[in-house]
Design a protein around this ligand. Structure first.
Ligand code: C5P
Length: 288
């Protein structure tokens, strides 16, 4: 038998929600969702190394990242160690942070998913995908989708996943210097009249064939209006992208990040120049 590795690194890819449909509040405090989750080229790196105790260290653009018990990668590691039958197993989890924090881009969930994959290997747990998904679901609603590592149609609370083969597209990302908390965004949706967007069939078809014009027009997020009402920067950024010629723009997840679809890389570069604070990404990434 080959020895377990001393150290394992995994890319933790950010995501955007190409559409996000909120279907209703549930008795358990969550909301029933439907969303196309697209992993992006933008990623954190998560490196796990054998150690006596479990600890997490976040470096890079790490402002606002919880380092203690609330860090999702640490929560995931504890849950994995328990399921693996070694609750006292240790590791240093080093996160090189590039994904904007509390921005609707799945950064914390992506780190948790990458930590689960990496620790499963480091510790030689040998847990299958289904078991990792079950652990991920307990850590956070977006973690199963991030574990999938490919574009997925997400339903339920976030745990029901169907892979979708989508064409690669270019996007321009405009994060903001303030976070939005998911519970607030969903509560605002409840308070503002619980409006659900249309059937996403045509949008999904446009994403599959890479029809950027149709896709741009079809982008939507039911949480966008409630968040933009409290944070006008969101509506301003969307308008700036559309004014600069983007075929579509939408808030991602529970926000506040706004993403614009571009027709091609050249247009993406021009949109990023037109909207200060934005940068270009593509999705899905070549290697999951
Ligand atoms: O699962 P997670 O901890 O990421 O969820 C954070 C919060 O986002 C939940 O407590 C809930 O308020 C809201 N949420 C929701 N419905 C979902 C996912 C999240 O209402 N499907």
């Amino acid at each position: 038998m080959s020895p377990s590795p001393r150290s394992v690194t995994r890319a933790a890819h950010a995501k955007i929600n190409v559409f996000l449909r909120v279907l209703g509040a549930r008795a358990d405090g969550y909301h029933e969702l439907e969303s196309l989750v697209l992993p992006l080229s933008l990623a954190d790196d998560v490196t796990v190394t054998e150690a006596a105790r479990l600890a997490v260290d976040v470096h890079g653009d790490a402002k606002d990242v919880p380092a203690g018990g609330m860090n999702l990668a640490l929560v995931a590691a504890l849950a994995l160690a328990e399921t693996c039958g070694e609750p006292r197993r240790g590791a240093d989890i080093a996160i090189a942070k590039r994904i904007p924090v509390a921005a609707g881009m799945g950064g914390g969930s992506a780190d948790a998913a990458a930590a689960l994959h990496a620790l499963n290997e480091l510790w030689g747990c040998g847990l299958d995908r289904e078991t990792l998904m079950t652990i991920g679901e307990r850590v956070g609603s977006d973690v199963p989708a991030m574990l999938a590592g490919e574009p997925v149609l997400m339903r339920g609370r976030g745990e029901r996943l169907t892979p979708v083969r989508v064409a690669t597209t270019w996007w321009v990302v405009r994060p903001f210097g303030f976070p939005t908390r998911s519970p607030d965004a969903y509560r605002w949706w409840d308070e503002d009249g619980a409006v659900s967007g249309p059937d996403p069939g045509a949008l999904i078809a446009a994403a599959e064939v890479g029809n950027v014009e149709l896709l741009g027009h079809a982008l939507y997020n039911d949480l966008e209006a409630p968040v933009a009402r409290r944070h006008p920067e969101v509506a301003d950024a969307k308008a700036a992208f559309l004014d600069a010629g983007a075929p579509g723009a939408v808030m991602s997840g529970s926000g506040p990040t706004v993403v614009a679809l571009a027709r091609h890389l050249g247009q993406a570069d021009r949109l990023a120049e037109a909207v200060p604070g934005s940068f270009v990404v593509s999705g899905p990434p070549g290697v999951a």
